[in-house]
Design a protein around this ligand. Structure first.
Ligand code: ATP
Length: 314
C-alpha cells in the first residue's frame, strides 16, 4: 500500500459552546484539533491506510495535543515539524442565523520548512496538498511550491484541495485564484466544492466549470455536492455519483472524509494509471468516498466522526 503525504496545516479550533453569541460575547470554548490536510491524514489512517502528516505546530501544549490526536488515529507524524512559534489558533462562533464569527491567529503552521531529503520518501507515493492556509504566505507556501515543482510530479500522484475559506481571503479572492492555478495545472486529482469550482473557473455551470479546470490542467476533477453526491469529471466523461441517504447532524469534515477515502483507495491500486484508464473503477471509488463523507455527517465533530473501515464496509 502506498503512503499518502498530506501537507498543510494542523491547528486548534476553539469553538464557542453556545450558538448565537458572536465572539465578543462568547465565554466558553471547546478545544478541537483542526486543519483540513491533518483531517485527511486521519481519514486515511482510520480506514487502515498510511496517512503521513507534513506540517508544523508550535513547541507548546497545544502543539503536543495536536500531534497526540494524530498519533492516536494512527497517522505517521515522523515528518511533522515543531517550531518556536506558537501553534496556530482559530476561534469560531456561530450566530443564530448560522453565520460564522471568526478570528484567526496564525502561528506555527506557516513555518513548515521544505526538506529536499523527503524526495526519496515521496517517490511512487501520493502527495495531497490541502491549501486552507498554505497559500497565505510564510515558508509553508514556499515548501508547497517546492513539493509540487521539485521534480516530484513525474514520480507521484498529486492531489489538490484548495479549501477556500472566505474568512481568510476577504476582499482578496483574485489573489487566491491566481495562487491556485499552478496547483490545478499540475494535479492528477483536484477536489473542489461547488463554490470553489465556480470561483476558480469563473463559470456558474458546474459542467462548464469542469471544462475550464481541465483546460488549466486538472486531470480528474471531483466536485462535492453535499447530499447530492459528487460530480466526477475527466477528459472523456462527466457523471454525478449519488451519495447514500443519511440524517446529517454536523457536516464538518465531510469533504476531508471524502477525499481521504478516495486517496486511500488510490493508494491501494497496483498502478496509478488504473485511475485514468478505468472509468468504472473511478466511479466505484467515488461511490465509496461519498459514503465516507455521508457517514461523517451523522456524528458531531470532524476527526471523531470520520469512519473506520468497518463502518465504511458495513
Ligand atoms: P467541507 O464541508 O468539509 O468543506 P465539502 O463541502 O467538499 O467539504 P460536502 O459536499 O459537504 O463537502 O461533502 C462531501 C461528500 O460527502 C459529498 O460529495 C457527499 O458525497 C457526502 N455528503 C455530504 N453531506 C451529505 C449528506 N447530507 N447526505 C449524503 N451524503 C453527504
Amino acid at each position: 500500500m502506498k503512503k499518502v503525504f498530506c501537507v498543510g496545516e494542523l491547528l486548534i479550533d476553539f469553538v464557542a459552546e453556545k450558538q448565537g453569541n458572536d465572539l465578543s460575547k462568547a465565554t466558553e470554548f471547546s478545544k478541537k484539533a483542526g486543519g483540513a490536510p491533518a483531517n485527511v491524514a486521519c481519514a486515511i489512517s482510520k480506514l487502515g491506510g498510511k496517512g503521513v502528516f507534513v506540517g508544523s505546530v508550535g513547541k507548546d501544549p497545544f502543539g503536543s495535543f495536536l500531534l497526540n490526536v494524530l498519533k492516536k488515529e494512527g497517522v505517521d507524524i515522523s515528518l511533522a515539524q515543531v517550531s518556536d512559534t506558537f501553534t496556530t489558533l482559530a476561534f469560531v462562533s456561530l450566530a443564530e442565523d448560522g453565520e460564522r464569527d471568526f478570528v484567526f491567529s496564525r502561528g506555527a503552521d506557516k513555518e513548515l520548512i521544505y526538506d529536499p531529503a523527503l524526495k526519496k520518501n515521496f517517490h511512487g507515493n501520493i502527495l495531497h496538498l490541502g491549501a486552507a492556509t498554505a497559500l497565505l504566505g510564510g515558508s509553508l507556501e514556499k515548501a508547497y511550491a517546492k513539493y509540487l515543482f521539485d521534480g516530484l510530479i513525474k514520480e507521484m500522484f498529486i492531489s489538490f484541495d484548495p479549501n477556500f475559506r472566505g474568512d481568510l481571503w476577504k476582499d482578496n479572492e483574485q489573489e487566491f485564484i491566481k495562487k491556485c492555478m499552478p496547483f490545478i495545472e499540475k494535479s492528477h486529482l483536484c477536489k473542489f466544492s461547488l463554490e470553489e469550482a465556480q470561483l476558480l473557473s469563473g463559470k456558474t455551470d458546474m459542467y462548464e466549470a469542469c471544462d475550464i479546470l481541465h483546460e488549466i490542467g486538472a486531470e480528474i476533477i471531483t466536485i462535492t455536492l453535499g447530499k447530492e453526491g459528487t460530480l466526477v469529471s475527466s477528459e472523456n466523461f462527466k457523471k454525478i455519483v449519488p451519495s447514500i441517504i443519511v440524517k446529517p447532524v454536523d457536516t464538518t469534515g465531510a469533504g476531508d472524509a471524502f477525499i481521504g477515502c478516495l486517496l486511500y483507495q488510490i493508494a491501494n491500486l497496483d498502478s496509478f494509471n488504473q485511475v485514468f484508464e478505468d472509468n468504472n473503477l473511478l466511479l466505484s471509488m467515488v461511490q465509496k468516498a461519498n459514503k465516507a463523507g455521508a457517514i461523517t455527517t451523522t456524528n458531531y465533530g470532524a476527526i471523531i466522526a470520520l469512519p473506520t473501515k468497518a463502518q465504511l464496509e458495513g
